[in-house]
Structures are given as C-alpha cells and as structure tokens.
Design a protein around this ligand. Structure first.
Ligand SMILES: [Zn+2]
Length: 84
C-alpha cells in the first residue's frame, strides 16, 4: 500500500467515524424540564457547548443559570438546544 492509499483510507475512516458520531449525538438528549443539578423547574435550561466535541456537548447536563455559573464559572453564551 502506498502513501496515497493510506491517506485515502484514513480519510474514509474519519468520515465513517464522523457519521457514527452524528447518528449517535446528532439529536439533543431528552430534557425532563428540570435543572439536572438542583432539580428546579427550568423551562429554558442552558448547556455547555463544546464546538469541537459533539459527545461532550451531548452529555453536558441541562442546567439553570445559577448552576451553570457555579459549575463552569462563566455565564452561558447560548441556550441549550432542546429535543422537541
Ligand atoms: Zn439548577
């Protein structure tokens, strides 16, 4: 196998990986209507968004603003993307 073939194979593998990740994490996690830290009712939760890692975003808890600030030490810049 020459270098060109190896490169093409790697690109193909990466694409497959991305597709798998999108399938798994493309839709937001279900939100039960309560902050996942303190349990208060929160109709507009916020969630940590990691632009480079979709699985981190997916698994980040839905939080009320107070809990978000406590957890991440910063004000959320975006509302959580919720499953409808
Ligand atoms: Zn909370």
């Amino acid at each position: 196998m020459n270098a060109m073939e190896r490169m093409q194979r790697r690109i193909f593998r990466d694409q497959k990986k991305q597709e798998r990740l999108l399938k798994k994490y493309g839709k937001p996690r279900h939100y039960a209507g309560r902050c996942e830290e303190c349990g208060c009712k929160e109709p507009n939760p916020v969630q940590y968004i990691d632009e480079s890692n979709i699985s981190i975003t997916y698994n980040s808890p839905y939080l009320c603003r107070d809990c978000y600030i406590k957890k991440y030490g910063a004000y959320p810049h975006r509302k959580a993307r919720l499953a409808r």
